[in-house]
Design a protein. Structure first.
Length: 366
C-alpha cells in the first residue's frame, strides 16, 4: 500500500483554551509551532481486513491441576487452553472442608487457588487476569487469547504492507498467549484488531480495556510528530465517519485523547497528557467513549487505574459553534492496535492481552 505524502504545514495543533484540569486543542490548517495530525492518512491506513480464528475463555470447567485425592474441580475457568489457562476453585482436603474459590484470571497457575494439602499443587492467579465472570455476551467482551488463535467471528484484522498479527507465547501479560503486532519502524503502519460484536452499545457508551506492551522504544525527537492511535471507537455521525479514542502524540512520548470527524466540514481535536508512555513494560489502558448525549462526545482515559484528567474531553465544548461537525456517532466498533498518522522511527512491536469491552467501568483487576 502506498501512503499519501503529508503536505507541509498540514493540520497543525493550535491551543484554543486552557483550564486547570483540561487543555483543549484543535487542529487548524496552516498553523505553526505545534504538532501536526494527518487527516488524509487515515483512510489510506485502513487497509482490507483479514481474519483468522481465535477465541477467548468464556467459561467451562477449569483444569485446575490434578488432585492427588478428593480435590473438587474448580468452579470456573477457560473453556480451553489447558491446565494453565485459569485458576480453578480450591479443592477439598482429604477428609476436610472445601477450599476457598481461587482468584480466577485470564490465565493463572496450574493448580487450585486454595485448598488443602492433598488437592494438587497450589497455583497463583494470572497477573491482572480476567475474573471468573469473564464472558462474551451482549455488551460484554472478554478475551485473554488463551486458545492461541483469534476468533474470526469476533475479531477483524487490518494490516498494511509488511505488518503481521499473531497470537504467540513468550510475552503474555497473563497465561501463555498474547496478540503480537509486528510492523516496520519508520513506516506509516496500520496493524489492528477490531470487534463489533458488543455493539450497538446501549446507551451509545462503552468502556474498553487492554493490557499493552510497546517495544523496543517510544520515540522522542524535538521536531517529531508521532501521532498514533492505540484504542479507538468508530461509527457514523450525521455528517460521516468518525475515529474517536486515545493514542500518542508529538515529540515527547505523551498520551493523547483525540477525535476525528471526517464529514464535511472535517474537524479534529485532542488534548494531550503530561504523562509519558513507558516502553518495555505492561500498561493497563482503559478508554471510555460516551455518545449517550446526542449533542456531544465525551471521552475519559485511565492508565493503570488512574484517570488522565488532562485528556478528558467534550466535543461540544471543544468544537463550539465554529465546528458544527462534532456530534457523536452511533458507535459500532472498537479497535485495538497501531494506526500511525505519521511514521514512528523506533517502535516496531506491540503486544495486546486481556482485552475487555463493557457497558460498565472495567478497571485493571478484572
Amino acid at each position: 500500500m502506498k501512503f499519501p505524502k503529508i503536505p507541509a504545514g498540514f493540520d497543525k495543533f493550535r491551543t484554543t483554551g486552557r483550564s486547570s484540569a483540561t487543555r483543549t486543542r484543535r487542529f487548524a490548517l496552516g498553523g505553526t509551532g505545534a504538532l501536526a495530525l494527518c487527516l488524509g492518512c487515515v483512510q489510506a491506513c485502513s487497509s482490507d481486513a483479514t481474519s483468522t480464528g481465535s477465541g477467548a475463555a468464556t467459561g467451562g470447567a477449569a483444569q485446575a491441576g490434578a488432585s492427588t485425592s478428593a480435590g473438587a474441580v474448580g468452579v470456573s475457568g477457560a473453556a480451553s487452553g489447558g491446565a494453565s489457562s485459569s485458576v480453578g476453585g480450591g479443592g477439598a482436603t482429604s477428609g476436610g472442608s472445601a477450599g476457598a474459590i481461587g482468584a480466577a484470571g485470564s490465565s493463572g497457575g496450574s493448580g487450585g487457588a486454595s485448598g488443602a494439602s492433598s488437592a494438587g499443587a497450589s497455583g497463583s492467579a494470572g497477573s491482572g487476569g480476567a475474573a471468573a465472570s469473564c464472558v462474551t455476551s451482549g455488551t460484554e467482551l472478554c478475551d485473554d487469547f488463551e486458545t492461541g488463535m483469534l476468533d474470526a467471528q469476533r475479531w477483524t484484522q487490518s494490516k498494511s504492507n509488511m505488518t503481521s498479527i499473531a497470537v504467540e507465547t513468550g510475552r503474555a501479560h497473563g497465561g501463555q498467549y498474547a496478540v503480537h503486532l509486528k510492523f516496520v519502524a519508520g513506516s506509516q503502519n496500520t496493524v489492528t484488531i477490531a470487534e463489533g460484536v458488543t455493539f450497538p452499545a446501549t446507551p451509545n457508551k462503552f468502556y474498553s480495556r487492554m493490557w499493552a506492551y510497546f517495544a523496543p522504544d517510544i520515540p522522542k525527537a524535538a521536531t517529531g510528530d508521532f501521532h498514533t492511535g492505540f484504542m479507538m471507537g468508530g461509527g457514523n455521525n450525521d455528517k460521516g465517519t468518525t475515529t474517536l479514542g486515545m493514542g500518542m502524540i508529538g515529540s515527547d512520548q505523551q498520551y493523547l485523547g483525540y477525535s476525528i470527524f471526517f464529514g464535511d466540514p472535517k474537524y479534529e481535536f485532542g488534548p494531550w497528557s503530561n504523562t509519558r508512555i513507558v516502553p518495555n513494560q505492561w500498561l493497563c489502558i482503559e478508554l471510555m467513549e460516551d455518545g449517550s448525549d446526542p449533542t456531544t462526545e465525551v471521552r475519559k482515559v485511565w492508565l493503570n487505574d488512574t484517570e488522565l484528567t488532562d485528556i478528558e474531553s467534550d466535543s461540544a465544548k471543544a468544537g463550539g459553534t465554529a465546528n458544527p461537525n462534532h456530534l457523536p456517532p452511533k458507535f459500532d466498533k472498537v479497535t485495538f492496535g497501531v494506526t500511525e498518522y505519521h511514521p514512528i522511527p523506533t517502535l516496531s512491536d506491540m503486544w495486546i492481552d486481556d482485552v475487555r469491552v463493557s457497558s460498565q467501568k472495567i478497571g485493571c483487576a478484572k
